[in-house]
Ligand binder design. Structure first.
Ligand code: ZN
Ligand code: ZN
Length: 401
């Protein structure tokens, strides 16, 4: 399939709004411009056969000025110079020792082609920034709403449900992989599939039915839509940069000029960013991580590295590492002085002064269920230690025979 058609099809299939289509790289129109450059080369007598060009693109503020340099024979020189003069081109000719000279010229159609492409990219960059800005705004708004409905200080809050939702979302690795060998940004199609799977998973677990706050359900809908929009924007950016690559390749093939090596660098320098590389994943996802997912802390970040349950009551050793009091007491009983994480000798002299009071209050607030459960287990364990040889706390104390 021709790329122009493929481009149109992709934009259509993705349900891209008309405004986006308008702002996309105008591949078809640019293709026509290439034909005009070819015609122009012929008109001025610089036919592409058996000629080799050196090509440069100079930039003065927002104006691009491509220049080509080539050796011309004495015979050709007369023809070319008279045509260039007739058609009002600016050029320079330097006589070479011996036969012929070196001609440097800026062609009109050539200039127009690159100027058009450049301005389309400029527009696209502005549009991309707008889209990212809107997405970031959505994240901020969601952060405010979920910050409220998911706050432990709100009565009948949805903290646990949001934690579950975000946990599923993080595990889905919609935009970035950490598990696979090829870790890093994932392909647009993969992202879309993973996002759909995440939504299906949320629905299967019926977790949304447990939401109690009125704004929570709407916030989830917005969260879902926003993620699909990120994928759409990323896809749109990727398609456009593909279109630029394709059009430059086509240009080079038809004109024998060498733009594919030059133009991306000009763009990069000029925009002070590689806009031919989609940035929306990186930028917006960073904001989602920092502003949204962190609102509801995840248990994984607050577990004791030994027993893997919530680190309550948290003992912070002098080395800075933190363990639950039960695990620490067990270490001390074994007279183990080395911190299991960094091997510093800090365990034995730890006492109640090492209790991290602020962290304890935090855990009580954000993980009340886990903390209660842990306390029950601790009590059971202590009971077992004291009376374990007489009774088992898990079994009824009297049995009827
Ligand atoms: Zn522990
Ligand atoms: Zn340590």
């Amino acid at each position: 399939m021709k790329f122009a058609k493929l481009l149109q099809q992709i934009l259509q299939e993705d349900g891209v709004p008309p405004e986006w289509v308008e702002k996309a790289i105008q591949y078809k129109a640019l293709k026509k411009r290439i034909n005009r450059v070819v015609e122009e080369l012929e008109n001025v007598g610089l036919k592409r056969e058996n000629m080799s060009f050196t090509y440069e693109i100079e930039q003065i503020q927002h104006q691009l000025r491509p220049q080509l340099t080539t050796d011309v024979s004495q015979e050709l020189e007369q023809v070319v110079i008279s045509r260039l003069n007739d058609m009002d081109y600016s050029f320079s000719v330097v006589q070479k020792e011996g036969d012929g000279s070196v001609l440097t010229v800026s062609l009109h159609e050539d200039t127009l082609f690159f100027q058009t492409l450049y301005e389309e990219l400029e527009e696209l960059k502005r549009f991309g920034e707008e889209q990212e800005h809107e997405l970031v705004n959505t994240v901020e708004n969601l952060a405010t709403v979920i910050g409220k409905v998911g706050s432990p200080n709100t009565r009948k809050n949805d903290m646990y449900v949001w934690r579950e939702i975000f946990q599923m979302y993080i595990e889905s690795e919609v935009f970035f992989s950490t598990r696979e060998r090829s870790s890093g940004r994932v392909d647009v199609a993969v992202s879309r599939k993973r996002l759909s799977d995440f939504v299906a998973h949320v629905n299967e677990t019926k977790v949304l039915k447990r939401l109690r706050q009125r704004n929570s359900l709407a916030a989830f809908a917005t969260f879902k839509e926003m993620n699909f929009l990120i994928i759409k924007v990323a896809n749109y950016q990727a398609i456009n940069s593909m279109a630029v690559q394709k059009i430059l390749k086509k240009f080079d093939k038809q004109t024998t000029l060498n733009s594919l090596k030059l133009f991306p660098d000009v763009v990069k320098k000029s925009f002070e960013a590689n806009i031919l590389n989609s940035t929306v994943y990186k930028d917006v996802c960073a904001v989602i991580g920092e502003r949204l997912l962190s609102i509801v802390p995840q248990l994984d970040d607050y577990t004791c590295p030994i027993c893997c349950t919530v680190a309550f009551k948290p003992i912070r050793l002098d080395c800075g590492h933190l363990f639950c009091v039960r695990c620490l007491v067990k270490l001390q009983r074994k007279e183990e002085d080395k911190c299991p994480l960094c091997r510093q000798q800090v365990v034995l002299h730890a006492d109640e002064r090492n209790l991290d009071v602020a962290q304890m209050a935090y855990l009580k607030l954000y993980f009340p269920q886990e903390v209660k459960q842990k306390q029950r287990e601790d009590e059971k364990e202590i009971f077992k230690e004291q009376y374990g040889h007489i009774v088992d706390p898990d079994k009824p104390t009297c049995t009827i025979v």
